[in-house]
Structure formats: structure tokens, C-alpha cells
Design a protein around this ligand. Structure first.
Ligand SMILES: NC(=O)C1=CN([C@@H]2O[C@H](COP(=O)(O)OP(=O)(O)OC[C@H]3O[C@@H](n4cnc5c(N)ncnc54)[C@H](OP(=O)(O)O)[C@@H]3O)[C@@H](O)[C@H]2O)C=CC1
Ligand SMILES: Cc1cn([C@H]2C[C@H](O)[C@@H](COP(=O)(O)OP(=O)(O)O[C@H]3O[C@@H](C)C(=O)[C@@H](O)[C@H]3O)O2)c(=O)[nH]c1=O
Ligand SMILES: [Mg+2]
Length: 283
């Protein structure tokens, strides 16, 4: 298998390169703000599968850059999926819990109604729709709350703030499944391989770490494992105003992925331990 990956320095892209012999492309080779160029890279390649791990992921900034977010998260994946369909090779697109409005407390199923609250979620939804419209053998894998030793994420923010401050106020009314980039990478590789022999499994799936927690409880576990002792105070989202609104309920029902690909929800607390070990090696 010759897997082509869009993204090189991001969290999931980094883990894909650690786990498999993939060809990963940074924006110097494939800039997602030029969707046609991305599709042409696929057309000119000898890839037998493509994974898109690049995206515009700055949730608040996207509110002021909707055209760019839509181009990168919407049009580029659509063009990639189109090129993969022409070549008859599988395409894996990563999407997000932020396509949902966060209502209720039930875990979202892939077929539930989508209603993004912000520009980032809307741009990712546009990408999903464009990928489906391309009609090839594609999987859209929605995940949530990604963390790793690389790039910017909540774990690294908490390690920094937890070392600086005695007391942190953290949102406790948003619930979701923290997901290690390494676990997402492994799942994307499984999906890409499986689609080679079973194109009938194409579709939309959910994948997140278990158990579901609030950001505040996620922070508490980060501090417990890291041996840091700041006080974590639960606050409502209304006490932490942000440019973009986040969904309150980000729980994802991942049963379809397990049934189709045999992938279970990983316990994110184990993956967190691996990431903290990774970070020690990097420092
Ligand atoms: N982070 C999260 O919490 C979540 C992420 N997701 C999805 O998972 C996927 C992977 O996310 P994650 O690994 O966290 O992303 P990161 O934010 O860690 O990395 C994003 C990657 O996209 C690249 N990129 C951004 N703009 C462009 C561009 N114009 N052209 C080429 N490359 C570009 C970045 O490159 P560069 O380094 O050059 O900027 C970087 O490699 C994305 O689809 C994201 O939407 C889903 C749920 C949660
Ligand atoms: C730093 C900080 C954050 N928070 C809250 C804000 C927010 O609700 C939550 C997480 O903050 P973040 O900025 O990491 O959240 P955010 O960037 O919105 O994370 C999202 O990124 C995109 C790409 C996704 O697809 C989502 O699944 C999700 O992971 O923590 C606090 O309550 N206190 C704090 O001190
Ligand atoms: Mg963020």
C-alpha cells in the first residue's frame, strides 16, 4: 500500500508518520487553499489510498476567516475525494463533533441531524458534504478533543497553565471524548487498509476516546497523571466567553465503527499516559 497523507506537522499527521511508511505532504507540496492543486497531486501520484489530516483548526479565528476555513475544510477535501474517485482509490477524511449543535445528552449517531454552531464546524460539514458528493470510496471519520505531544492542544495548554497557576477555572458543562492523535492515526490506517478490500464499508463513522468527561474533569486527570496540584474549579461555559460557541454535548456514538472495522473506543487515560511519556522524551 502506498498511502498519501495531506498534512505533515499536525497532530494526526505526525502520528501517521510515526506509525506507517506514508508519504506526508506539508503545505509547501500541497496547499489546501488551492484545492485543484491538491487534487492534481493525487492524480499525479501512485497512491493506493489517501488520508486527509490537514485542516483549518483554529476554532475562534475561523469566525473571522470563514472564506479561508471553507476553502481548506470544505472545498479541498471535496477536490481530493473527487480525484480519489477518478483513480478508484479510498479516501479518509477526518471530521469533528463540532458539526453538531450539542443539544441533549445522548451520544450522537452518524446519521443524526447536523447543525454547526460556528464557522469551523460549518466548514467541516461543507467538507463532509463535498466528499460524499464525489461518490468514491470514502470514509468520513468524526472525532473530538484531539491531544498529542505535538502541536497545540488542551493537554499541552493545561500542562503550561498548571505549572504557572495555583487555581484554574475550567468549563464543566461541555462533555465529550478526549481522543489521542495516535489512536486516530491507527484508526485511519485500519480504515484505509480495510477499504481496499471492502469498499462497501464506505460511509460516516464516529471515533472518540472513552469515557466521556467534561473539560474540567479532563484537566483534573491531566494534572493527576502529571503530578501537578492546581485547584480546578468547575465553571459554566457562560463564564468562559469565546468568539465561537462550543457544543455542550459532544458525546459520539462509536458503535458503527466497531461493528464495521472492529475498532473499539480507546481509554483516553491510557493514551494520555503515553503522551505524557512522549513529552518527557521531547523535553
Ligand atoms: N484538534 C482537534 O481537537 C480536532 C481535530 N479534528 C480534525 O482532525 C484532523 C486533524 O486535526 P489535527 O491533527 O488536530 O490538526 P492540527 O491543527 O494539529 O494540524 C493541522 C494541519 O493542517 C495543516 N494545514 C493547515 N492549513 C493548511 C493549508 N492551507 N495547506 C496545507 N496544510 C494546512 C497544518 O499545517 P501547518 O503546520 O503548516 O500549519 C497542520 O499540519 C482535522 O481534520 C481536524 O479538523 C477533529 C476533531 C477535533
Ligand atoms: C484554556 C482554557 C480553556 N477552557 C475551555 C474552553 C473550551 O471550552 C475548552 C477547550 O478549549 P480548546 O481551545 O482546546 O477547545 P477547541 O479549540 O474548541 O477544541 C476543539 O478543536 C476543534 C479543532 C475540534 O474539532 C473539537 O473537537 C475540539 O477539540 O476548554 C477553560 O474552561 N479554561 C481554560 O483555562
Ligand atoms: Mg483549539
Amino acid at each position: 500500500m502506498s498511502i498519501l497523507v495531506f498534512g505533515k506537522t499536525g497532530q494526526v499527521a505526525t502520528e501517521l508518520q510515526r506509525q506507517a511508511d506514508v508519504v506526508a505532504m506539508g503545505r509547501d507540496v500541497a496547499d489546501l487553499s488551492n484545492p485543484k492543486a491538491c487534487a492534481d497531486v493525487i492524480r499525479a501520484s501512485n497512491a493506493t489510498a489517501v488520508i486527509n489530516a490537514a485542516a483549518y483548526t483554529a476554532v475562534d479565528k475561523a469566525e473571522d476567516e470563514s472564506d479561508l476555513a471553507n476553502l481548506i475544510n470544505g472545498d479541498a477535501p471535496g477536490a481530493m475525494a473527487q480525484a480519489c474517485a477518478e483513480k478508484g482509490i479510498p479516501f479518509v477524511q477526518i471530521s469533528t463533533d463540532y458539526v453538531f449543535d450539542g443539544g441533549g445528552t445522548h451520544p450522537w449517531k452518524p446519521g443524526d441531524a447536523v447543525a454547526p454552531l460556528g464557522v469551523y464546524g460549518a466548514s467541516k460539514l461543507r467538507g463532509e458534504e463535498a466528499v460524499r458528493a464525489a461518490g468514491g470510496t470514502s470514509v468520513i471519520l468524526r472525532t473530538s478533543w484531539v491531544f498529542s505531544a505535538h502541536g497545540a492542544n488542551f493537554v499541552k495548554t493545561m500542562l503550561r497553565l498548571g505549572a504557572e497557576r495555583d487555581r484554574l477555572t475550567i468549563v464543566a458543562d461541555q462533555i465529550g471524548g478526549p481522543t489521542a492523535a495516535a489512536d486516530i492515526a491507527a484508526t485511519c490506517l485500519t480504515i484505509a487498509k480495510t477499504l481496499q478490500s471492502d469498499a462497501g464499508l464506505a460511509g460516516t463513522y464516529h471515533f472518540s476516546g472513552a469515557p466521556d468527561v467534561s473539560w474540567a474533569d479532563f484537566a483534573r486527570e491531566i494534572f493527576r497523571q502529571a503530578g501537578l496540584t492546581p485547584e480546578v474549579v468547575d465553571i459554566p461555559s457562560s463564564d468562559f466567553p469565546t468568539r465561537a460557541i462550543r457544543p455542550a454535548n459532544s458525546r459520539l456514538d462509536c458503535s458503527g465503527l466497531q461493528a464495521a472495522f472492529g475498532v473499539r473506543r480507546p481509554d483516553w487515560r491510557n493514551s494520555l499516559n503515553d503522551v505524557l511519556t512522549d513529552l518527557k522524551g521531547l523535553s
